[in-house]
Design a protein around this ligand. Structure first.
Ligand code: C5P
Length: 324
């Protein structure tokens, strides 16, 4: 590749066979129903995709003795590029390998990943990339595997991976892998606030302190929360419940402070997503939110702010997502 006068890199690689985007998610509510004997937590959560996307390009080639069936490169200007593995510890490679093993007629696939979704932030970026890779592999093989089976395979890769094969709004139960697609919510503006410091998912679950077989904290009925969201009540702060907030706030008290500050700026609903540390703020009409909130927040906390919308997959064009 050569650098042109305007600084654009001329791409020597042939055009990809498939180009997809993988969205981030937030959990609009997340109830922990209990801890199971197998150590996983039983969840009931409304997942929603948002308009922050990773880009994935895929190239196929015939299977060749001694050549890998799945390979990955990460663009150098990806968010956090130096920390993203390109071996089997990356869920994209695991997804492509799993597909190649189970569908012997499928081609070898190389993926180039451009990351914009912060890693380990409770936004599901890695799971979304992996689900998108499964979807890509299936399309590039001529769709031999049903959507239901693909969602099952996704569940083997990670608890929230299957959700990303839905159209963008789903009620997820079990470990998170049982995906009940719901109709789209109204297009809604949301801000993602990602602190530089992270928390690991297992450490947040552990801090809940539940014993195997023990029920989770008492609280709102998830079926009731779901029906109220579906009634269009997306600005009602009472519906935004995340049972992982108390343990996460205990591990990182600054997070609670930050959420309180966001409410003071005028946002109606403020909540941590998943196991954090990303928090999101819903605030319409935007006029009610103090104009200088980003500067004020960043003066106090080391955070990155993303301005996004709820988004959904276009049914007849599965590679496209839209926000209206
Ligand atoms: O399934 P996934 O690999 O995303 O889970 C990561 C970790 O989070 C698990 O090993 C487990 O410690 C915890 N977890 C859990 N209950 C869930 C999902 C994840 O305890 N429903």
């Amino acid at each position: 590749s050569a650098l042109s006068a305007v600084g654009e890199v001329e791409d020597a690689a042939p055009a990809p066979d498939l180009r997809l985007v993988a969205p981030a998610k937030v959990n609009l509510f997340l109830r922990v129903v209990g801890k199971r004997p197998d150590g996983f937590h039983e969840l009931a959560s409304l997942f929603q995709t948002v308009s922050l996307f990773d880009d994935l390009d895929f190239w196929t080639s015939p299977r060749e003795e001694g050549a890998p069936l799945a390979s990955l490169e990460v663009t150098p200007d990806s968010l956090g590029a130096e920390l993203i593995p390109t071996d089997e510890s990356n869920l994209v490679v695991r997804a492509l390998s799993l597909y190649a093993e189970r569908v012997p007629s499928s081609p070898a696939i190389h993926c180039r990943l451009h990351k914009r979704i912060p890693a380990q932030g409770g936004l599901g970026g890695g799971s979304s990339d992996a689900a998108t890779a499964l979807h890509a592999a299936n399309r590039l093989a001529g769709l031999p595997v049903s959507q239901e089976t693909l969602i099952e395979w996704a569940g083997e890769l990670g608890s929230d991976c299957g959700f990303f094969l839905s159209a963008g709004t789903a009620y997820c139960t079990g470990r998170g892998e049982l995906v009940d697609p719901r109709r789209p919510l109204p297009p809604t503006a949301c801000y993602l606030i990602k602190p530089a410091a992270g928390l690991s998912t297992p450490s947040v679950f552990k801090a809940l302190g539940l014993e195997p077989g023990e029920a989770g904290p008492a609280g709102a009925d998830p079926a009731d929360l779901l029906s109220r969201f579906e009634g269009g009540d997306v600005y009602n702060p009472d519906l935004y419940v995340n049972d992982r907030e108390p343990p996460a706030f205990e591990l990182m008290p600054e997070l609670r402070q930050m959420c309180d500050d966001l409410r003071k700026f005028g946002f109606q609903a403020v909540m941590m997503s998943g196991s954090g540390t990303t928090c999101f703020a819903i605030g319409m009409p935007l006029e009610e939110v103090q104009e200088t909130w980003v500067d004020e927040l960043q003066a106090k906390y080391d955070v990155e702010v993303f301005e996004e919308m709820f988004c959904r997959r276009i049914a007849d064009e599965p590679s496209l997502w839209y926000t209206e």
